[in-house]
Design a protein. Structure first.
Length: 111
């Protein structure tokens, strides 16, 4: 989304099911979420909708949004590129395995 929305713009997400990740439930129906630069800036109930400023709006068509989940799946220690490999490949895996694991952990934590 960031490549289509100018930096600093407020975008209102409507008609979605938003998960309250702190309390492990959904926020009430009709709630809109306003984001700016990939960060939530406000939760807007239906009575406040007119006062909440947004530069654009995205209708989520009932889809579920779970804030903060970007990359929840990774193979940290799976460093072999295929199930069939040569001795040369095995040597490369041994040589770079620790660096690859470190990179994947860094990427996972970064996201």
């Amino acid at each position: 989304m960031s490549e289509h929305v100018p930096k600093g713009s407020n975008v209102r997400l409507t008609n979605g099911r938003f998960v309250d990740v702190t309390n492990g439930c959904y926020f009430s129906k009709g709630l809109d979420v306003v984001i700016r630069d990939s960060k939530i800036v406000s939760l807007v109930n239906p009575l406040q909708r007119e006062q909440a400023r947004a530069d654009s709006e995205i209708d989520l068509m009932g889809k579920t949004v779970i804030p903060g989940i970007i990359n929840t799946h990774t193979h940290i220690q799976m460093v072999v590129p295929s199930l069939i490999y040569s001795f040369k490949m095995l040597n490369l895996v041994k040589k770079y395995q620790d660096k690859q694991i470190e990179k994947r952990m860094r990427d996972c934590l970064e996201h």
